[in-house]
Design a protein around this ligand. Structure first.
Ligand SMILES: Nc1ncnc2c1ncn2[C@@H]1O[C@H](COP(=O)(O)OP(=O)(O)OP(=O)(O)O)[C@@H](O)[C@H]1O
Length: 448
């Protein structure tokens, strides 16, 4: 008979999963402060420190309890739910939200996205140099500044580093960060709410010293919001205020982006970020390891960096999984552990996961063809197959929503979002769907 799992063992393995899923910052806020009290029948009681209980409990109610059950299921092979109980506060042991916010509250900048934490390499040195110049003299030298390039290569990080640096050098500066989608939502909401709200919206975006807008490719084909941004843009630049934007491609390559906008953007400066080379990837891992207080031999970091060359986000993901296995599973910081993690991530063996591979496996499963998936037909079975294929592409690859839409017969990114939301909800409420998705994922990665 196998030994029953202890509360400590279960909690440390669950923590390892959370760490991998959420990353260090979120993990240390919502998961790390909890301590296992008892493990009885089907519930693990966790003590929540009272000084931030409400935030933690809200977050667990809305998201983490479900994750917990899933993780515990695969670890302990049975149903276990979390039971959160508020414990007495221990002064100064847990960071409070206000510690994390400081000057960033107003502009919603990520305090980790600084120049100091940005590793410079051949793929990003020009974009970095311009970013520094913009942060030193906003509105003066390069206006607007557009950073473009593939997914997960550091565009947001670099753009927010400008904001963070400017906030430090000029604490009174009014800095606003918004995704292109936020801008659109704020705009539509203000129109819906009427006169006063429209004025407030204009005030909000037109009174800043530095406006940072992420992922402007999102405005593709959205006439009204483009018009509104054009006006915002003109007011800001006329007043010598700085605008920085990011995009996954050059503005001229964004379908249905008005020429008057592209020509305005071209009047400033555009810099691309390319995939990092091996020395840059190693340096990124060294930084992560150092800032997380770990001592990992260089040849181990090099092994991870060699194998993961797609983008920095995936590299960080692999590193955090590796870190979690050291911290919470007591694995040694060796090449063998790294190989194991890379194996789990399917880096070393199995099939290369591409959109085509996913489409083929899903099409076969539903007895359809890839052309059917890309077609405009709305037959019920086919729609489900298409949704599943889009969902799996979104979860198993780094493709952006617009790119996935294009791979499925030129669909809009919102169709992809709709499909992924639908399948996510279904897999959460229906265990058979979850099982089917797991089986398909397994087949995509390893074959039948
Ligand atoms: N040169 C770098 N040095 C250190 N960290 C980096 C670097 N480039 C990227 N990162 C890290 O990689 C992760 C992904 O970066 P970021 O979110 O800025 O990518 P992105 O290009 O904006 O992606 P997307 O296109 O998906 O919006 C972040 O955690 C960021 O800190």
């Amino acid at each position: 008979m196998t030994k029953p799992i202890t509360k400590e063992e279960l909690w440390s393995k669950v923590q390892a999963e959370f760490f991998t899923k959420l990353g260090r910052v979120t993990f240390s806020t919502y998961i790390e402060p909890l301590k296992p009290l008892t493990l009885e029948d089907t519930s693990l009681t966790l003590a929540v420190p009272s000084d931030m209980a409400q935030d933690i409990i809200d977050q667990w109610d809305s998201e983490y309890s479900m994750d917990f059950v899933q993780f515990a299921m695969s670890i302990a092979d049975g149903f276990i739910k979390p039971d959160l109980q508020v414990a007495e506060a221990k002064p100064n042991t847990i960071p409070t939200f206000s510690d994390n916010l400081s000057f960033t509250r107003e502009s919603d900048l990520n305090p980790d996205f600084t120049f100091e934490k940005f590793v410079i390499g051949s793929g990003n040195e020009n974009a970095y140099a311009v970013a520094r110049a913009v942060a030193d003299e906003p509105g003066q030298v390069y206006n607007p500044y557009l950073i473009y390039g593939g997914v997960g290569l550091g565009k947001t990080h670099l753009m927010q580093a400008i904001g963070n640096a400017y906030a430090v050098s000029t604490p009174s500066a009014h800095i606003k960060y918004a995704t292109a989608e936020d801008f659109l939502n704020d705009f539509t909401e203000s129109l819906r709410a009427g006169d006063g709200a429209t004025a407030a919206f204009k005030q909000e975006y037109r009174s800043v010293d530095l406006l940072l807008v992420d992922d402007i490719q999102f405005w593709s084909g959205k006439e009204k919001v483009q018009e509104e941004f054009f006006n915002t843009f003109n007011v800001l630049t006329k007043n010598g205020k700085q605008i920085v934007m990011t995009s996954d491609k050059l503005p001229t390559e964004i379908v249905d982006l008005q020429t008057r906008l592209t020509s305005r953007f071209e009047a400033g400066i555009m810099m691309d970020i390319q995939k990092p080379d091996l020395p840059t990837r190693v340096a990124i891992l060294q930084n992560l390891s150092e800032s997380d207080g770990l001592d990992i031999p260089n040849d181990v970091l090099e092994l991870i960096a060699e194998k993961i060359d797609s983008n920095v986000r995936s590299l960080e993901g692999a590193f955090h999984k590796f870190e979690a296995s050291l911290r919470y599973m007591n694995k040694p910081a060796t090449k063998e552990t790294a190989q194991q993690i890379l194996g789990d991530l399917n880096i070393n063996q199995g099939f290369k996961i591409t959109v085509e591979r996913i489409q083929q496996v899903v099409a076969d499963y539903y007895m359809q063809t890839i052309d059917d998936l890309k077609s405009s037909s709305r037959k019920k079975d086919l729609v489900t197959a298409r949704h599943v294929a889009m969902y799996l592409t979104r979860t198993l690859t780094n493709e952006s929503l617009p790119d996935i839409g294009r791979s499925f017969g030129g669909r809009d990114h919102s169709s992809v979002l709709h499909a992924t939301t639908k399948i996510t909800e279904k897999s959460e409420s229906d265990p058979r769907t979850k099982e089917m998705l797991d089986a398909l994922t397994d087949e995509i990665k390893h074959g039948k």
